[in-house]
Design a protein around this ligand. Structure first.
Ligand code: ARG
Length: 276
């Protein structure tokens, strides 16, 4: 009798604890709390990127023999998390699924050398620009005299990352370009080396890193200006507090002149780069 009673009390107490748990879970997902407050409450910032873009973001085997994602975008992400007082978690994703991951709540931000295009602005908001680079193309070293300009690539198979603005750059600058899209830049490099494509269009700093690691490739002579503004951080729409916080970190990075060093360090680390 007494035992049964105790059991009952215990059962009721358990249900009580469970419902408190449920209530607090419900509160976390509360639509009324702004995103920045939610990130702080969770104690971590989830940043999405496509780690196939050295020196922006890429994989290395670190000193402890572990796979690690590094690059100057990762350093910027660390500064943002530091200013928010939270931990940083990185989600490595295909480039063309990053933007959709933000409203879906899978990631809090995208820091992935991303250009703030009008099309993307329909889905996400962008921070201030933190870096501007030109665009270039890579070819096999043996073809360097054949393909000096974009126009020289007329009618050829040219690679670009799926979902990236380089598809448009290739189409705008190469007459009758046959643009081949792949999700991962490392796979595009392999396609170029094996002769499946004749050239690969990427941001110039990335082109330079690729040829540094692949002596059989060279950067083509012609470069094109970035007409869409450079790289910015994508966040959920209408989250002013979050955007302000990110922009103030970008400003601090500029005021303290940190980016140049982040880029130098990222370039040095490419010697340990692994092609995923
Ligand atoms: N800037 C280009 C874009 O926004 C390409 C960026 C690719 N980034 C990457 N991590 N693979 O479309």
């Amino acid at each position: 009798m007494k035992k049964g009673m105790l059991k009952k009390i215990f059962a009721i107490a358990t249900i009580g604890v469970m419902s408190i748990g449920l209530i607090s879970c419900g509160k976390k997902a509360d639509e009324n709390t702004d995103k920045l407050a939610q990130i702080k409450e969770n104690g971590k910032l989830i940043v999405g990127l496509s780690a196939d873009y050295a020196p922006y973001e890429f994989h290395i085997i670190n000193e402890s023999g572990e796979d690690e994602i590094v690059g100057f975008d990762v350093e910027i992400a660390k500064e943002i998390a530091k200013d928010m007082g939270v931990e940083l978690e990185i989600q490595d994703m295909d480039f063309d699924s990053l933007v959709a991951g933000v409203p879906a709540g899978k990631i809090d931000l995208v820091i992935s050398g991303m250009t703030p295009t009008d099309e993307r602005k329909e889905v996400v908001d962008f921070s201030d620009i933190y870096y501007v680079a030109e665009h270039g193309f890579i070819v096999k070293a043996e073809n360097k005299d054949k393909y000096k300009t974009f126009a020289d690539l007329k009618g050829q198979k040219v690679g670009a990352q799926m979902g990236a603005i380089q598809e448009g750059i290739a189409k705008d600058n190469i007459p009758e370009a046959d643009v081949q899209l792949l999700s991962n830049v490392n796979d595009l490099v392999l396609s170029l080396k094996s002769g499946k494509i004749e050239a690969l269009v990427v941001e110039l700093p990335v082109a330079e890193m690729i040829v540094k690691n692949n002596p059989e490739l060279v950067v083509g002579e012609e470069k094109v200006k970035d007409t869409e503004g450079g790289s910015a951080i994508a966040v959920k729409k209408d989250e002013q507090a979050l955007l302000d916080s990110i922009n103030s970190t970008i400003k601090r990075i500029q005021d303290e002149n940190l980016l140049d060093q982040f880029i130098i360090d990222a370039n040095d680390l490419t010697t340990k780069q692994v092609q995923e």
